[in-house]
Design a protein. Sequence first.
Length: 207
Amino acid sequence: MKWLAYLLIISGIATMFYPKLKSMYYSYQEHQLLEDWESIDEDSVIQQSYQQLDDVFLKNKPKNTVASPKLQNGIIGKLQINKIDLTIPIMEGASQANLKVGAGHLIGTSPIGDTGNSAIAAHRSYTYGKQFNRLPEVKVGDTIQVVTKDKKLTYRIIDEMIVLPNDLSVLKKDSTQNVLTLITCHPMKNPTHRFIVKAVLEQEEVL
């Protein structure tokens, strides 16, 4: 019966370390996304896209014989909050797949950097790595930076609140200001509400 005891011990160890390993895996994916986005060669992407037209026009299956640079896969920038040591990729669309490896810009809200209300959501779950786990630690007056391919946007936090999931007032457009709204679940376990951080554009730098 020793084998049964060993099996139980191994199963216990695997169960204990599984959440940590999964968290490390998703954190690694976040890091890789940021590296790919920051190092991507736009000319190479254009060339790759143009070459792929051959397959599109001829209705052939894509050829994988030549290594090519990765496309952005929907990443539109990165969000940084130094107060909580956070750097996370921003994906276009807040789908489950996107939120597993980064934050998602809510489609239908203003484009990031434009006048209006740009909303970005991310998980607050240890399963998926850091993400917005520490978001409640930020305070009014702290800064948030969003970096795109051509701009560095610095926002100043003006409010934080907890609202019900059906409260759409946090997404209300603002015709006079450039507003950034960060959204995550609250509390972290068995969430019943949304934790919201509102910030306004303070500085815009062209890269």
